[in-house]
Design a protein. Structure first.
Length: 131
C-alpha cells in the first residue's frame, strides 16, 4: 500500500494528503487554522465578544471551527450586516446557568429569545407548522 504525502509550504512538514483541504492543497490544515486563529484573535470585536461572555478566545475559536462558522440550528452562515460588514455569529448561552450552548445566526438567536428558551412553546410551534 502506497502512502501519499507532500510538504506543507508553510510549516515545511511532510504530511499525509488527508492533512490538507481539497480547496488548498499546498498548506496543511493546521497551518490554515493557526493563521485563522491569529487573524481572529487580533480582531477587536472577536476579543470583546469573548470577554463579554467570559469565554476563552481559543474556546470561542474552537466553537467556530467545530461549527464551520455556521449556525448550530439552521447550519447557515450569518447573513446580516452591521457597520463593519457581515456580523459574527451570536454566542448562545443558557440564561439560568450561563453555560455556552453554541453559536447562532441572528435569526435563530432572536427566535430562541422570542420563545424565551421555552421548550414547550417551541414544540407547540413545531406542531403548528406540521399541520
Amino acid at each position: 500500500m502506497k502512502f501519499f504525502s507532500k510538504i506543507c509550504k508553510t510549516c515545511r512538514n511532510n504530511l499525509s494528503l488527508s492533512d490538507y483541504y481539497k480547496s488548498n492543497p499546498y498548506v496543511c490544515k493546521e497551518c490554515i487554522k493557526s493563521k485563522a486563529r491569529r487573524e481572529y484573535t487580533k480582531d477587536k470585536n472577536f476579543n470583546n465578544k469573548a470577554n463579554r461572555h467570559h469565554i476563552d478566545k481559543d474556546e470561542l475559536y474552537g466553537l467556530m471551527c467545530t461549527q464551520g462558522n455556521k449556525c448550530a440550528i439552521c447550519n447557515r452562515p450569518e447573513r446580516f450586516n452591521n457597520q463593519f460588514g457581515v456580523k459574527s455569529l451570536a454566542i448562545d448561552h443558557d440564561h439560568k446557568t450561563g453555560k455556552i450552548r453554541g453559536l447562532l445566526c441572528s435569526n435563530c438567536n432572536r427566535t430562541l429569545g422570542l420563545f424565551e428558551d421555552n421548550i414547550s412553546l417551541l414544540e407547540s410551534a413545531k406542531r403548528y407548522l406540521e399541520k
